[in-house]
Write a protein that binds this ligand. Structure first.
Ligand code: DC
Length: 335
């Protein structure tokens, strides 16, 4: 279920004008979001106190929106608020991104609902950035792009085409062959290689290390960063990776850098691996994490680094929800 917002103003506090503007607003919301009698559940109006001639909910019923529940309420008189403004929230059973509609100079009360927003979350392997980013994306109803998956897909492509991933020349000579795409189904990311969903295949310890190696190559970074920037420019989204705040999206409105001790990160990675039936001893996981930290931080191009303007959060003693709540609080305070 999604909440679709909208607002309009009316020229005069007159029944006809209110009816016409309510009908126009609801019709635009309905068309933009592919709504119908079956998926519209509830329409809630509020209007400024200078509208007295007609209830917006009644106008909606007269306009033919009577299959769902309707409700009107009055807003308090607030200094500098818009004159004669009707706001609406439509609850609808849809899975697509809601399209909010604002007409006749009405503006969104909450900027975060309509503004294009990019959030960068960086950090080393196992710092919790992917899980936290997924939670935040859900709560803000935006998309989450796990950029590590794009490098993992390059590593898998090397395996598929029998290219030695540790040989930069070979990778450079073949990279244009790799058809890597990101798709979303119900807001969940699928990483595609040659039109096949490889989201699970890239999550092995072998692909982790190979991704860390190929992500150091300039030819790989150029191609993946282009894909990531294109995605971020056309979607409100949260990107997690190693160089998002410092390189991919230096102008992102929000930047966070998550850290945790190597031991804690290894324990988390072990637990995650176990859910996928990958059982490795602690020492091996720790060595792998430390090697990746070294490779990711020492490389020449766009290394793992905390951007100057990123907010650093040590997650060693924090649960995932706690980290997500902290980030959301910072975001809400700023929008
Ligand atoms: O986050 P991850 O473990 O899925 O990332 C796999 C590798 O990809 C990681 O070792 C470093 C690299 N990577 C990168 O260089 N830049 C990013 N933005 C994301 C990941």
């Amino acid at each position: 279920m999604k909440a679709i917002r909208g607002a309009t103003t009316v020229e005069k506090d007159e029944a006809e004008n209110i009816k016409q503007r309510v009908k126009e607003l609801l019709t635009e919301i309905k068309n933009a979001n592919n709504l119908n009698e079956d998926n519209m559940i509830f329409i809630l109006f509020s209007n400024t106190a200078d509208i007295r001639s007609f209830y917006p909910a009644k106008a909606a019923r007269e306009a033919g929106f009577f299959s769902c529940a309707l409700y009107s309420s009055l807003e308090p008189e607030i200094e500098n608020s818009l004159n004669r403004c009707i706001r609406v929230m439509v609850l609808a059973d849809i899975s697509t991104e809601p399209k909010h509609i604002y007409l006749h100079n009405a503006a969104a009360l909450r900027k975060d609902l309509t503004a294009h927003i990019n959030i960068a979350v960086d950090g080393p392997a196992g710092s919790g950035k992917s899980t936290v980013s997924e939670l935040i994306a859900k709560r803000l109803n935006i998309l989450h792009l796990d950029t590590g998956a794009t490098y993992r897909a390059v590593a898998l492509a090397c395996k598929k085409y029998k290219i030695d991933f540790s040989d930069e020349h070979q990778v450079r000579a073949n990279i244009d062959k790799f058809n890597i795409e990101i798709k979303y189904l119900n807001n969940k990311q699928s990483t595609m290689l040659d039109k096949i969903d490889v989201s699970d295949m890239i999550r092995t310890p072998e692909m982790s290390l190979a991704a860390s190696t190929v992500s150091a190559y300039k030819c790989v970074r150029d191609k993946m960063v282009e894909l990531q920037r294109k995605f971020a420019s056309s979607n409100s989204c949260i990107l997690d990776g190693r160089d998002i705040g410092s390189n991919v999206l230096p102008d992102a409105q929000f930047k966070f850098f998550l850290t945790a001790s190597a031991e804690i990160r290894s324990k988390r990675r072990m637990a995650e691996n176990q859910t996928k039936n990958i059982n490795q001893p602690f020492d091996i996981v720790l060595a792998d994490i430390m090697l990746r930290d070294k490779q990711d931080s020492m490389r020449k191009f766009a290394p793992l680094v905390c951007a100057d303007d990123a907010i650093k959060i040590d997650t060693s003693d924090m649960g995932i929800d706690e980290v997500a709540d902290k980030i959301l609080k910072i975001i809400q305070e700023k929008v």
